[in-house]
Design a protein around this ligand. Structure first.
Ligand SMILES: C[S@@+](CC[C@H](N)C(=O)[O-])C[C@H]1O[C@@H](n2cnc3c(N)ncnc32)[C@H](O)[C@@H]1O
Length: 262
C-alpha cells in the first residue's frame, strides 16, 4: 500500500468559528498592513471563542497594534460589552500610523466604543496603569508583538502576566524567527521564573514575516484548552508535538508532514 504525504494546507481554509471574525479574515485581513499570519489569527480567535464558551470573560490587549491587522480580528472575537486595548508607540514608520490604525478599525467594523487606542511605551508601563485603562478588568487574551529584543520581551511578558486573568492566555509573536534568536532565551527564563505558566501550543509560521506564535496559559488551564484545540484544529496538529522539557505542547501547522525516510 502506498502512502502519499499529506498536502501543505492553505490558511484560507482555516476559520475561528466566529462569523464577524471569519468575514474579516476573508474580506479584510490581507488588506490591512501587518505581519501576523491569517492562520494565527484564525486559531487565536478560535481560542477566544473557546474562552467565551468556557465562561472566561474580559478584554483583549495588544502591544504592537501597528495598523490594526491582528487587533481587528481579536476585537471581533470579543463578547458583548468587552473591550480591545491597542498599545503602540505609533511612531513607525511615521506619525500618521495612528490615523491609519483608527481608519482601519472603523473600516473593518471595530466601532470606537469597543476599542481603546493607547499611544504609549510598554517598556515604562506599569500594570496598574494598564488595568486603569480597562476599568480594572483583567485581560483574557494578551498579544505581545512590540519591540523584539530580549529585554523588551522580558518586560512585556511580566506586564502581561501581572494583568492577566487566571484563565487568560498570552500570545507571543515572532518566536523561533531566525532574525530574533534571543527572544527564545527570554521565554525560557520567563518559564523558569513562572512555573505556574506553560506553553499551551505553538502556531507555526506561514512565511518568515508571518512568523510562529507561542500561546501561553496557566498550567491549571492547559488541559481544558488543549482538548478543545485538539478537537477543533485536529487537521492541523503536527504529530510529534513540542518538547519544553518535561512539558509537551501541541504544534499547529499548515504543514503536518514528517521527514520522509527512504
Ligand atoms: C511587528 S509590528 C506589529 C504588527 C502587528 N501586531 C500585526 O500583527 O500586524 C511591531 C509594533 O510594535 C511597536 N512597538 C515597538 N516597541 C514598542 C514599545 N516599546 N511600546 C509599544 N509599542 C512598541 C512598533 O511601533 C510596531 O508598530
Amino acid at each position: 500500500m502506498s502512502h502519499s504525504p499529506p498536502p501543505i494546507m492553505s490558511s484560507a481554509s482555516v476559520y475561528s468559528g466566529i462569523p464577524a471574525v471569519d468575514r474579516y479574515l476573508d474580506a479584510g485581513y490581507a488588506t490591512v498592513p501587518g505581519m501576523s499570519s491569517r492562520f494565527a489569527a484564525a486559531v487565536c480567535c478560535g481560542l477566544m471563542q473557546m474562552q467565551t464558551n468556557l465562561g472566561v470573560t474580559g478584554p483583549v490587549a495588544e502591544i504592537g497594534a501597528f495598523e490594526g491587522r491582528f487587533f481587528i480580528a481579536l476585537g471581533h472575537a470579543l463578547a458583548a460589552g468587552e473591550t480591545a486595548l491597542g498599545i503602540d508607540l505609533f511612531d513607525w514608520p511615521n506619525a500618521d500610523v495612528i490615523d491609519r490604525f483608527e481608519a482601519n478599525c472603523a473600516k473593518h467594523g471595530l466601532a470606537a466604543g469597543r476599542r481603546i487606542t493607547w499611544k504609549a511605551d510598554s517598556r515604562t508601563m506599569r500594570p496598574e496603569e494598564l488595568l486603569a485603562k480597562l476599568g480594572g478588568k483583567r485581560v483574557r487574551f494578551f498579544h505581545v508583538d512590540g519591540e523584539h529584543s530580549r529585554a523588551a520581551l522580558t518586560k512585556d511578558l511580566e506586564l502581561a502576566t501581572a494583568v492577566l486573568d487566571p484563565a487568560g492566555v498570552i500570545v507571543l509573536d515572532d518566536m523561533l524567527h531566525p532574525g530574533y534568536p534571543t527572544l527564545m532565551v527570554a521565554v525560557h527564563e520567563y518559564l523558569a521564573r513562572h512555573p505556574e505558566m506553560c506553553v499551551l501550543c505553538i502556531v507555526d509560521r506561514e512565511t518568515i514575516v508571518a512568523a510562529t506564535k507561542f500561546v501561553l496559559c496557566r498550567t491549571d488551564w492547559f488541559k481544558r484548552y488543549e482538548e478543545r484545540l485538539l478537537e477543533i484544529y485536529k487537521g492541523y496538529v503536527w504529530p510529534l508535538g513540542a518538547d519544553f522539557e518535561p512539558h509537551w505542547c501541541l504544534v499547529l501547522s499548515l504543514d503536518t508532514r514528517l521527514a520522509e525516510i527512504v
